[in-house]
Ligand binder design. Structure first.
Ligand SMILES: *Cc1c(COP(=O)(O)O)cnc(C)c1O
Length: 471
């Protein structure tokens, strides 16, 4: 049986002439289609050999249709825009902060043409890549100098390599953080060539612990913001001010990894206890490190601000070239920083700040409206607005809860997991929260312009179209 099925398989050239595949050759490309047909036939032959030999072979047109679907799926970009209905604002898996429109426009313009990345257009002389953003970073943080690299992990590694390579850096045991699996401070430190000198205990570190550890081989003291956990109870840690007094006495720099890096005070947005870059510089920190795509609301990058002497050491280190950012990141960062000069412009235009400041009233109204619309679709048994908690995410304190409103959905027919999968694999992709046998659409990080796409997606689940918005 299997042998006759194998013999009866249509040939590649036969398949290429079929109705589903012929137009694809024009649309995609001859090579891609031929490769697709070959690999499909190879897989099919394997399946036939492994099978009991029962069943029948689909006809050539049906095979061609399956092949065409597989080829078209392969043509889709694996990187797709997503509607984030998880309630986690800085979701690392979803690319952290969405960008402001002006930043996007600037990136597009800079991407399309050549740009003055390392050329001073007034003098015609070569300039430094960082010049485009350094002044803004210095203005916003009060620092003497700045550097920008790929991300904060890169900023940490480069800073340690340049300032403390081959020597010791003293860090409290209470601050040896891990952020999202691949970032572990001790591992980054080791990779940089600096030696970690741990002091104190998990819950308590005193100034004397640092002082006793300082020796001939000490290069720096480092403080790391414990951004994604809190140690509660019998605790003590050393403040930046105390650390700076000690470091002054021993002529050592203090490296302050503040992580999420608020550029402006976000207390009015309900974000408390996050260090602000300018405060750390004002206190006297020699180097302050933070991410560009967390509370700053900009593109992925790592920002280093601080004393000119150390920044020069950092930018001259060979690893700086390996970690440098491209013109598109620079463009997005400049635009975002310009917005941050004016807190009201930032509030109105940086999506992260817009989402943080959306009133509960607004979220509640939208949840009510969407719930009614979803309940009218076939696949939803019940949809209700519910109050819940959203989180900042992206390596920020999990205890930092943000009030939010969700639409809680009980599906008809589908399981909650199946509905969540269908929404995730749909177009546009919607990533929701599954909680206690309910599917939650958290509106805290859904922009109002996306509400309609969410409703449409539920109509698509059952093959209907939204009566309120004909396609
Ligand atoms: C997030 C974070 C990092 C890592 O930053 P990336 O930009 O993700 O590389 C390092 N340190 C702290 C304290 C952080 O919060």
């Amino acid at each position: 049986m299997a042998a006759s099925m194998l013999r009866n398989l249509p040939s590649v050239s036969e398949l290429l002439e079929t109705r589903p595949l012929k137009p694809l050759v024009e649309r995609v490309s001859h090579n891609v289609v031929v490769d697709g047909v070959r690999s499909f036939l190879d897989d099919l032959r394997d399946d036939i050999r492994k099978s009991t030999g029962e069943g029948s072979l689909p006809d050539a047109t049906e095979l061609a249709e399956r092949i065409a679907r597989r080829i078209l799926q392969g043509e889709q970009s694996p990187l797709k825009p997503v509607i984030n209905a998880t309630g986690i604002l800085l979701h690392t898996g979803l690319g952290r902060a969405p960008l402001a429109e002006v930043a996007i426009d600037e990136m597009t313009a800079i991407a399309r043409d050549y740009a003055s990345v390392e050329l001073d257009l007034t003098t015609g002389k070569r300039s430094r890549r960082i010049e485009a953003v350094e002044n803004l970073l210095c203005e916003l943080t009060g620092a003497e100098a700045a550097a920008v690299v790929n991300n904060n992990a890169g900023a940490t590694m480069l800073t340690l390599a340049a300032v403390a390579g081959g020597r010791e850096v003293i860090v409290s045991r209470g601050q040896l953080i891990e952020i999202g699996g691949s970032y572990r401070l001790p591992a980054i430190m080791e990779a940089s060539g600096a030696h970690l000198r741990e002091v104190g205990t998990t819950n308590k570190t005193h100034l004397a612990d640092y002082e006793l550890a300082i020796g001939e081989n000490t290069a720096a003291l480092m403080r790391v913001h414990t951004s994604n956990y809190v140690v509660e109870g019998f605790t003590s840690s050393v403040s930046l001010e105390e650390l700076l007094k000690l470091s002054d006495k021993h002529h050592l720099p203090v490296i302050d990894d503040i992580g999420s890096g608020a550029i402006i005070d976000l207390a009015s947005y309900g974000i408390k206890d996050e260090p602000i870059a300018a405060d750390c510089i004002a206190a006297g920190a020699d180097l302050v490190l933070f991410s560009g795509d967390k509370l700053l609301g900009g593109p992925q990058c790592g920002i280093i601000v601080g004393k000119r002497k150390y920044i020069d050491q950092i930018t001259r280190h060979p690893m700086a070239r390996a970690l440098r950012v491209d013109k598109i990141t620079l463009a997005a960062l400049v635009s975002t920083l310009r917005l941050l000069r004016d807190p009201s412009a930032a509030a109105a235009q940086i999506p992260l700040l817009q989402m943080l400041s959306t009133s509960e009233e607004n979220l509640k109204n939208r949840a009510e409206r969407i719930a009614v619309q979803l309940e009218a679709t076939e696949m939803v048994a019940c949809a209700k607005p519910v109050e819940d908690k959203a989180y900042l995410g992206g390596g920020s304190v999990p205890t930092q809860e943000i009030k939010t409103w969700c639409v809680a959905i009980e599906p008809n027919e589908y399981s909650v997991d199946k509905m969540s999968t269908r929404l995730r694999t749909g177009c546009p992709a919607i990533v929701c929260r599954v909680q206690k046998a309910q599917l939650l659409i958290d509106l805290r990080c859904v922009l109002p312009r996306q509400d309609r796409a969410i409703v449409d997606a539920f109509y698509q689940l059952s093959g209907e179209s939204n009566p309120d918005c004909p396609a």
